[in-house]
Design a protein around this ligand. Structure first.
Ligand code: C2E
Ligand code: CA
Ligand code: CA
Ligand code: CA
Length: 277
């Protein structure tokens, strides 16, 4: 038994060692990815459900790795958050989003761009200043942006998060609570934070047509949001049926594969023109 334990310990230490080496190389790779221009800005349209009009997009990052191919965000965002690299990435995403916003405006297309923020971003007290600098440099208004935050990001350090969010909101950015309903029960924060939008998590929306429980949660969330004067958005709309149910429930906006999968940012303008036609 002792021998087994010993062997176990060795394997364990080895794994830790390998683990940290792997982490180190992933961090190096992420840093190089910025230098080598391997990140891509993808966007997914958001539409008004009652009319079908495109009103915004969500910015979603993709990593085009030279060897591993297309790497999806769930494979590196959590790691980027742990290591603090997310700040570099958020900065990159906002910079590209501002470029996109400016390019669209020049073609007469005015859309609100939603950008995802992480806990680490909210703890950075320089963030509003950095964002302001980007908006100015690209000649875009803060009002053209919506910042999506998760409930857990707020819970991490509520006081500091609140300060950062109030400054961003004061500049004119909209604030959205993302993945609403999946996190901690933080209804109290809705009262205290300057929130403009609730985003119902796709886990409730995907099954809504078949699951009465999910449909009830969605309906209640829409009512809750509206009672608090907020815009309510549903993500994960994969069928016309889901769109209709949500529209009937009074949900304001939606996004999902039924309208479009996320696409490279430079394809958006022509997508919008086809969608309108
Ligand atoms: P999220 O913010 O909840 O983004 C929505 C995710 O749902 C996206 O996955 C999107 O492609 C996916 N989605 C949209 N419509 C549908 C649908 O109809 N059906 C299904 N099954 N899925 C749909 P994606 O792009 O893989 O991103 C995953 C998560 O990674 C995001 O979840 C977000 O938390 C994070 N993420 C992505 N880009 C960024 C970023 O630039 N910054 C930060 N901090 N996080 C990001
Ligand atoms: Ca989001
Ligand atoms: Ca979401
Ligand atoms: Ca999510």
């Amino acid at each position: 038994a002792a021998k087994q334990r010993n062997e176990g310990a060795v394997v364990y230490e080895d794994a830790i060692d390998k683990g940290s080496q792997q982490s180190l190389s992933l961090l190096t790779e992420l840093r190089q990815a910025v230098e080598n221009n391997e990140f891509r800005l993808f966007v997914q349209p958001k539409v008004t459900l009652a009319t079908g009009r495109v009103v915004g997009v969500e910015a979603l990052v993709r990593w085009q790795h030279p060897v591993r191919g297309n790497v999806f965000p769930d494979q590196f965002i959590p790691f980027a958050e742990q290591t603090g690299f997310i700040r570099v990435l958020t900065h990159w995403v906002l910079e590209r989003s501002a470029e996109l916003c400016h390019a669209l405006a020049q073609r007469g297309i005015h859309l609100k761009v939603s950008v995802n923020l992480s806990t680490r971003d909210l703890l950075d007290q320089e963030l509003p200043f950095k964002f302001g600098e980007i908006f100015m440099r690209h000649h875009v208004s803060p009002g053209a942006f919506c910042l999506e935050i998760t409930e857990s990001a707020i819970m991490d350090d509520p006081v500091r998060a609140q300060q950062t969010l109030e400054r961003l909101h004061g500049m004119g950015c909209d604030l959205s609570i993302d993945d609403f309903g999946t996190g901690y029960s933080s209804l109290a924060y809705l009262k205290r934070l300057p929130v403009d939008e609730l985003k119902i998590d796709k886990s409730f929306v995907l099954n809504m047509a078949n699951d009465v429980g999910d449909a009830k949660i969605v309906r209640s969330t829409i009512d809750l949001g509206h009672n608090m004067g907020l815009r309510v958005v549903a993500e994960g709309i994969e069928s016309e049926a889901a769109w209709h149910i949500l529209a009937e429930m009074g949900c304001d906006q939606g996004q999902g594969y039924f309208m479009s999968r996320p696409m490279p940012a430079d394809q958006l303008a022509s997508w919008v023109e086809t969608w309108r036609a």
